[in-house]
Design a protein around this ligand. Structure first.
Ligand code: ATP
Ligand code: MG
Length: 414
């Protein structure tokens, strides 16, 4: 047997119900906020992510699945969803369309990471993007969408909020950060030494223990915000307060992607150990420009579906089928097949025997499927064109005309 690739997971039929439930909660919540689905390719030109996600991010420096295709082009399996959406927005001229542009996606994403609980190489994200609105109301709406989605999924996670300002406030802040980190460089990891030169903000997001320890004493970005960024951040907080969405301001949050500006946020759960962020996002007002769009403000988030499913735990799916139709002999089996087709045409999920099993074995199978009802067909049932419809839970049975079965099951579906 050739085993599955490291860091990948099968979703077996027994598990797909949990996925579908979570995905439909995501779709329903997105729809309430006027977001429609966007689907973009699973791979893009490598350059798109280098430019979009940022070439000092962990994703681009270490985690991308990049290869040359047969035409010698460098392509990359998407490590996240935003860059592709931004490309599609620009390439399809949607800047000239109705704004704000609101779109959501449910995708698989690929990162070459060390697999562990809550960290896979192929994983799934529900994400939402809102382009064209600079108002703090847009940040608040995206956060409200995220918060309501988590609430609908009964996931307890707390919201951490920060503002990392714009390029202007960051210039002063980065200078202060360099001053703070400089004497500590020898004790910090090699990556952080590189980050010190290229993008010191990244040093606040380092997962190495020695580096993370230094984070608490570092200067806080919130002390360096320019007037506009400060007012914007206050605006976001005001909207959230008004909407009754609880948050904690955490000046250490910078997020792992290079494109953020102003608002950044994470929903975290204590129940997940080290991989505690279940949903993360923020504002990225400069990303679309980098994609050769006219300047367009943007805000969005992405949630890791595997982590959310871990938090939701096991759930019992409803029965697969409404009705199982057993046949005692060859003629009844044939009739069972035809009846099943009729019921399916009427929208009733059902099954008939395909294994040529004994009646006892057929009923055991029906039990395993947790069919709500079972019908046994034999010589008598075929002659009378009537059969007992047995409720598998209560064992109560009702005699029903075989031609009226579809009607009988209306309103009795599993
Ligand atoms: P982390 O700090 O956990 O590495 P990140 O900063 O890389 O997260 P984002 O790129 O913002 O995360 O992705 C958003 C969400 O996607 C995360 O909060 C998480 O729930 C999920 N996620 C990210 N990487 C993985 C992965 N390798 N496996 C499973 N889920 C992931
Ligand atoms: Mg990561």
């Amino acid at each position: 047997m050739i085993p599955i690739q490291k860091g990948c997971k099968d979703v077996l039929p027994a598990q797909s119900y949990a996925w579908q439930t979570l995905e439909s909660l995501a779709r329903r919540t997105a729809k309430k906020y006027g977001f429609r689905e966007i689907r973009t390719p699973m791979f893009e030109a490598t350059e798109l992510f280098a430019r979009g996600v940022g070439d000092t991010s962990d994703i681009v420096t270490k985690e991308m699945y990049t290869f040359n295709d047969k035409g010698g082009r460098s392509v990359t399996l998407r490590p996240e969803g935003t860059a592709g959406v931004a490309r599609a927005f620009v390439e399809n001229g949607l800047q000239g369309d109705v704004l704000p542009f609101k779109a959501y996606y449910i995708i698989s994403a690929f990162r070459y990471e060390r697999p562990q609980a809550g960290r896979l190489r192929e994983f799934h994200q529900f994400g939402a993007e809102l382009y064209g609105a600079e108002s703090p109301a847009a940040d608040a709406e995206v956060i409200a969408l995220a918060s309501n989605f988590l609430k609908s999924a009964k996931i307890k996670a707390s919201l951490r909020l920060n503002s990392i300002g714009c390029a202007a406030c960051r210039e002063k802040y980065v200078a202060a950060l360099r001053e703070y980190f400089k004497p500590h460089l020898p004790e910090m990891c090699r990556d952080c030494n590189v980050r010190f030169e290229k993008n010191p903000l990244r040093m606040l997001d380092c997962k190495e223990e020695a580096c993370a320890r230094l984070r608490d004493g570092a200067p806080r970005i919130t002390d360096y915000l320019c007037d506009d960024c400060r007012a914007h951040f206050e605006g976001v907080k005001e909207y959230l307060d008004g909407a009754g969405i609880a948050y904690t301001v955490d000046p250490r949050i910078v997020r792992g992607l290079d494109y953020y500006s102003r608002t950044v946020f994470e929903f975290v759960s204590d129940a997940l150990g080290a991989q505690s962020a279940v949903l993360a996002g923020g504002r990225y007002d400069t990303l679309l420009e980098k994609m050769d769009s006219k300047p367009t403000p943007a805000v969005g988030f992405a949630a890791g579906l595997e982590r959310l499913l871990m938090l939701r735990g096991e759930s019992t799916p409803p029965p697969h089928i409404t009705c199982y139709i057993a046949g005692m002999d060859a003629a009844s089996r044939k009739k069972a097949f035809l009846l099943a087709e009729e019921l399916r045409a009427a929208g009733v999920p059902c099954e008939a025997d395909l294994m040529e099993r004994s009646l006892k074995a057929q009923m055991r199978y029906a039990d395993k499927l947790r069919a709500k009802y079972a019908i046994v067909l034999g010589e008598r049932e075929l002659a009378e064109e009537e059969a007992d419809v047995k409720n598998m839970k209560t064992s109560a049975a009702e005699r029903v005309n075989l031609r009226k079965l579809a009607q009988y099951f209306k309103g009795r579906k599993a």
